[in-house]
Design a binder for this molecule. Structure first.
Ligand code: PLP
Length: 386
């Protein structure tokens, strides 16, 4: 019963609540009556509040209305949807692309399109909940491997019957650890053992790779996978997700993916905003330069203060605390000094690996990052962590 479950969560101090942000999602936001430096957003390139992105959303709303009024296959397809899909296919170098309402929905539709009952899924233990739900929905046998453990994947592949359809599933860039999947090794294993690979690049899109095309570009393996999945609500500043791939696969998805068919099309404004975001990714490369410079500065600062992080290689910098209560106290102290960086606790992360998840964007100023480092130093010393 839900009351009992809720009481249990309360007893274990694991009840969550919503935090209201009463301003634009910039590097500084207003919440609970205070101005704080926001170190919690996935808007890595500051596109959510970019004037051109907002203008594109407004113009699409003026032209096509606030809501799409129907599912994509009925009367919910407007020019921004088609333009965005064409632009995503060009961006990923594929024949076609399909827009979903969110990454969650894309994964619920994509995994069952790739594998069904009788098949075998091998998934990284830390892969995103939406992938896990997609795997469950597919009806295939579902097994997890240790985080980034290529040797275990090899063993699992070698042990299975060679004729059995198999799908390897992983995030490209992991949201709670900021590390990347060993994609070249996983793809090589998949080739050798006749398996397929699904990479969810929600956090990598716009962030990783020389042009921000994602974790596959980072490793130089884009052409090795026929289909690509990523989202538009993080670095691209809007909302939604895409699957890009060969024309016949995209047509298959359009005809069969229930999470595409049985839902109202995203508003034209969000498609237009994503399209503007993609364009800015190309035309303002300095945002990515600033993002990585900020990332290096903050990472170096935190580690030289004596904090331990995960094996992050990205703008997601999780500072490991361990105990859940201690992580909460750390987050509270940071907030008191004007920095919002949330504590991430079980069940989102394994026990005793509670952390402060810090994300940095291209829009943080040097001064703001210095304030964040000073706040970490004060809080860490007060709690005896450094
Ligand atoms: C955020 C995220 C999703 C969900 O995407 P939404 O568009 O927010 O629904 C899926 N997969 C991964 C790896 C994510 O980080």
């Amino acid at each position: 019963m839900f009351e009992k479950h809720l009481h249990q969560l309360e007893a274990r101090h694991l009840v969550r609540r919503l935090r209201l942000i009463e301003s634009e999602p910039g590097p500084v936001v207003i919440t609970e009556g205070r101005r704080v430096i926001l170190m919690a957003s996935n808007d890595y390139l500051g596109l959510a509040a970019h004037p051109k992105v907002k203008a594109a959303a407004i113009a699409a709303t003026e032209a096509f209305g606030a809501g799409s009024g129907a599912s994509r296959l009925l009367s919910g397809t407007f020019p921004p949807h088609m333009e965005l899909e064409a632009a995503l296919a060009r961006f990923k170098g594929t024949e076609a692309a399909l827009l979903f309402g969110s990454g969650y929905l894309a994964n619920l539709g994509l995994v069952p399109a790739l594998i069904g009952s009788g098949g075998l899924i091998l998934a990284d233990r830390l892969c995103h909940a939406s992938l896990i739900d997609g795997c469950r929905l597919s009806g295939a046998e579902f097994r997890v491997f240790r985080h980034r453990d290529v040797a275990q994947v090899r063993t699992l592949l070698a042990r299975r019957s060679a004729r059995r359809e198999t799908l390897l599933v992983t995030d490209g860039l992991f949201s709670m650890d900021g590390d990347v999947a060993p994609l070249p090794e996983l793809i090589a294993l998949a080739d050798r053992y006749g398996a397929r690979v699904l990479v969810d690049d929600a956090h990598g899109t716009g962030v990783m790779g020389p042009h921000g095309r994602g974790t596959l570009e980072h490793f130089g393996v884009e052409s090795r996978l026929p289909f690509h999945m990523g989202t538009l609500g993080k670095a691209l500043g809007s909302s939604g997700a895409y699957v890009a791939g060969p024309d016949n696969f995209i047509r298959y998805l359009l005809n069969t993916a229930r999470s595409f068919i049985y839902t109202t099309a995203p508003p034209p404004a969000t498609a237009a905003a994503s399209l503007a975001g993609l364009e800015i990714l190309r035309s303002e490369p300095e945002r990515r330069t600033r993002l990585w410079a900020n990332r290096e500065h903050l990472y170096a600062g935190l580690t030289s203060l004596g904090f331990h992080t995960t094996e992050t290689v990205s703008p997601i910098i999780p500072v490991l605390i361990g105990d859940a209560d201690m992580a909460t106290r750390m987050a509270e102290r940071l907030f008191q000094s004007g920095v919002y960086a949330p504590a991430i606790r079980p069940p989102t992360v394994p026990r005793q690996s509670s952390r402060i998840r810090v994300t940095v964007t291209s829009e943080h100023s040097h001064e703001q990052l210095e304030s964040v480092l000073a706040a970490f130093q004060d809080a860490g010393r007060a709690l005896g962590l450094v």
